[in-house]
Write a protein that binds this ligand. Structure first.
Ligand SMILES: [Zn+2]
Ligand SMILES: [Zn+2]
Length: 448
């Protein structure tokens, strides 16, 4: 390659820098915005670059290497390919990656897959994004001990390095705030040791799962994702969280302090950190600790395995079928429907607990009939909304702001009042709630 083929600005990759961050700095070094440089290297491509960390192809990386004089292998390792065969088996570019959610905006949806540590950015001579910040189990900065941010605290816009207009500083694409001016909370519990163990797992490439022997790390991550989903949402999520909190002092977070969501990988870093630590705890001594907890939470194989067996990691599907399959008791659905009607006639919900109390026993098909414990009502409309004396418009605004921040109203309000009143963040900042003051809700971190 001749030197004059290179662009005038060709910065080096910084330690652990993501390729999208490097691309943005390269654009700035040549007096361009990332979108402008993208249209030069991909004429006729989309107007806005897609998530480079995942979607930069060989052709593009070869061209970038050529124009900057950097080794193409180094650029590849600054993309998700670094984790291919370790964190995920392979990436077809289409399906969701369990631990690497999309970043920025995709098809108009806000996606919170880009996290940042404002303290790291402040310490950088030239602020840049680390590839590790894309990992959704990575929720706390190991250097600064603070939670990463996945959205702007002022305007709730997700971060997107490829939508930068600035020259040098990294700013919120919504309101223009310099990310170095932001600040993050302390994690609710020790998440750093868990994420360190998971990074070790990626490095080692396999783990010994007891009677299932050595298992590839990507299958272990699939297993962790399945367990995290059970803890994130569904009708047994609170029961499982409660069971864990009772058995492990380090994980004693009230189940209501973490919002419910379909997919735990999409919650805020604070909530995600809690759920990943819980799932990690359940995965130890596989499958016995998990089986005990699932039994205690009243879960049977039908609750744990909704999809065909081949869609689950073997160590999970087998453990569920082997340890948690219920003997066939005959179909009691008709009786349970009658019991549910009785409860309704008396103004009570047909929750699992109420059904068990009424029938005097747990029946396998109750899960299909029982209503979720959560009210399912939008924020502030539930019967637990108890801010007496607060005007309706303040309630509505609080609800919107909490939603924007990815929190339930209770924890959000608690953090706000703490800041206003000058009370320090406690180690488990959202742990002191009266469970009756917040309404569980199906908030997800990625907008529908
Ligand atoms: Zn940091
Ligand atoms: Zn903003």
């Amino acid at each position: 390659m001749r030197d004059d083929d290179r662009w005038p600005g060709h910065p080096r990759l910084l330690p652990d820098e993501s390729v999208s961050s490097w691309f943005t700095r390269t654009a700035a070094a040549n007096g361009l915005r990332p979108g402008e440089l993208y249209r030069i290297v991909q004429p006729g491509g989309d107007r806005n670059p897609r998530d480079f960390d995942r979607h930069a192809d060989d052709c593009l990386l070869d061209l970038l290497a050529d124009k900057t004089g950097l080794p193409v292998e180094g650029l590849k390792l600054a993309t998700f390919r670094r984790w291919s065969g370790r964190l995920f088996e392979h990436d077809d570019g289409l399906n969701k990656l369990a631990w690497l959610p999309p970043a920025g905006r995709e098809g108009g949806r806000r996606c919170f897959g880009q996290q940042i540590c404002p303290w790291c950015l402040r310490a950088d001579a030239q602020p840049y994004l680390r590839l590790n910040w894309r990992l959704s189990f990575f929720t706390t900065c190991p250097i600064h001990g603070r939670l990463l941010l996945d959205r702007c605290p002022s305007c709730a816009e997700p971060f997107s390095i490829l939508r930068q207009d600035g020259r040098g500083a990294i700013c919120c694409p919504g309101c223009g705030a310099d990310l170095r001016d932001l600040t993050g909370d302390e994690p609710a519990l020790d998440t750093v040791s868990v994420q360190r163990d998971l990074l070790d797992l990626i490095r080692e490439g396999w783990r010994d799962l007891g009677e299932y022997g050595p298992v590839y790390s990507f299958a272990v991550f699939e297993l962790l994702a399945v367990i995290t989903r059970l803890l994130a949402g569904g009708k047994h999520a609170y029961a499982l969280r409660t069971r864990i909190a009772e058995h492990e002092a380090g994980l004693s977070v009230r189940p209501e302090a973490v919002p419910r969501a379909r997919d735990g990988a999409l919650l805020t870093p604070r909530a995600r950190g809690v759920l990943v630590a819980m799932a990690h705890w359940l995965m130890a001594d596989w499958p016995h600790r998990f089986v005990e907890a699932a039994k205690a939470a009243g879960m049977a194989s039908t609750d744990l395995r909704k999809r065909p067996v081949g869609e689950y990691p073997f160590a999970y599907a087998h453990a569920v079928d082997w340890y948690l399959k219920q003997p066939h008791k005959g179909d009691a659905t008709a009786e349970i429907m009658v019991a549910a009607q009785v409860l309704h006639d008396h103004g009570q919900s047909a929750s699992h607990r109420n059904l068990v109390a009424l029938c005097g026993t747990k029946l396998g098909s109750m899960g299909g009939v029982a209503e979720p414990v959560a009210s399912g009502l939008p924020w502030g409309k539930g019967r637990y909304w108890k801010l007496d004396g607060v005007s309706p418009e303040v309630k509505a605004a609080a609800r919107r702001a909490a939603h924007g921040a990815g929190e339930d109203v209770g924890p959000w309000l608690d953090a706000l009042l703490r800041r206003t009143l000058g009370l320090g963040a406690i180690k488990t900042p959202f742990d002191g709630h009266d469970p009756d003051t917040i309404t569980p809700d199906g908030n997800v971190g990625c907008e529908e």
